[in-house]
Design a protein. Structure first.
Length: 356
């Protein structure tokens, strides 16, 4: 018989704090493998739920907590099968008609990304979303749908398949749009598209989300993103609300070839990044040559809180990702602020002439 946490808690958990702590330890011991590095995390999750139960929050608060946890756990489980595939999140209007040039561009984008073995994530609706999935095909598509009383129904490519996840809360859905994305392509769209564009820029600018390519794609001669960028330059940069280098976090293009090249070039040498103790670590496909390292010390020293750049191999604390052990690392004490400059550094290490 499978272990039932709710039955166990109803029979055994008492309100005494000391007893609750020991019961949580016992429960974790029963439910979580002894060799799991996540034991302490699962214990904290259970403790948080129990603290909320002891406070007996409002029913609405409890329902929000329950729905959020259910949606996240289901999404984690479903997405596990696509874990090692790179994915591109595509945003754009659900109201773009089939005959519009942008629809054809979105379909072509989906086809091109699939040829690069990249999965296409969209909100699973119509318009740009339907076109991108149509081009990519089911095997290369993931749909993150939102349950609404109107308009938003899953498109024909992912509807009724295991490649579709439905969400009740926008904030949970947004989390997975960004968490799963190795790149983002934004077509013209309405409030939702602008909201998603500004949110992902904010998350990357503040270091809350890893650095990935952000591509603003419009039809040739289109002014949607051109006007948006002009507003940002005049109102945000000129008034010093953002750094001038923050504008480097996104690139505007007007054709699918350039959009795809922007994504492919970003991963020519850069593979991924993570924090290791006090250092920011970039994992690379190729080590840098001595001249390139010297250039980093001279031209990117402003990114370092202290010291400089060190090229090294995998440390013991990084062995939780064994498939990445052999990759060379570029390690430095990143100041945590200048992510636009970090993008410029990434562009530099992606140039083949800088590789050893």
């Amino acid at each position: 018989m499978p272990f039932q946490a709710d039955d166990y808690l109803s029979r055994h958990v008492k309100t005494n704090a000391v007893d609750l702590s020991s019961r949580l330890d016992e429960l974790i011991g029963l439910a979580v493998p002894n060799n799991s590095p996540n034991q302490s995390l699962y214990r904290e999750m259970l403790a948080t739920v129990m603290h909320m139960a002891q406070a007996d929050r409002s029913r609405w608060d409890a329902k929000i907590m329950l729905q959020t946890m259910r949606e996240m756990e289901r999404a984690f489980s479903r997405l596990e099968q696509f874990k090692r595939r790179r994915k591109v999140t595509v945003f754009g209007s659900a109201r773009t008609p089939f005959e519009h040039p942008l629809y054809a561009m979105a379909r072509e984008l989906g086809q091109t990304l699939a040829r690069y073995d990249l999965m296409v994530i969209t909100g699973a609706g119509g318009g740009i979303m339907a076109a991108a999935h149509e081009g990519a095909g089911l095997d290369n598509s993931l749909g993150l749908n939102i349950t609404l009383p109107f308009e938003q129904h899953a498109n024909a490519t992912v509807g009724g398949t295991d490649n579709l996840l439905s969400f009740h809360f926008f904030f949970v859905r947004k989390l997975f749009f960004i968490k799963e994305a190795d790149a983002l392509v934004l077509f013209p769209g309405g409030f939702g598209t602008l909201d998603e564009a500004l949110e992902v820029l904010t998350l990357i600018q503040t270091g809350k989300s890893p650095l990935v390519p952000i591509v603003l794609l419009d039809e040739p001669g289109g002014s949607y993103w051109q006007d948006a960028l002009k507003f940002m330059e005049q109102q945000l940069v000129d008034n010093r609300y953002v750094l001038p280098t923050d504008m480097r976090l996104m690139r505007r293009v007007d054709n699918v070839e350039d959009a795809t090249r922007e994504i492919a070039d970003f991963y020519r040498n850069f593979h991924s990044s993570r924090r290791v103790k006090q250092s920011f670590v970039i994992r690379m496909n190729h080590p840098l040559n001595p001249q390139a390292l010297e250039h980093l010390h001279e031209h990117f020293a402003d990114l370092c809180l202290r010291g400089g750049f060190e090229q090294r191999t995998c440390e013991e604390s990084e062995l939780d990702e064994p498939e990445l052990e052999c990759m060379p690392r570029l390690s430095f004490a990143f100041n945590g602020r200048d992510h636009g400059r970090l993008r410029e550094l990434t562009d530099y290490i992606n140039q083949p002439e800088n590789w050893a």
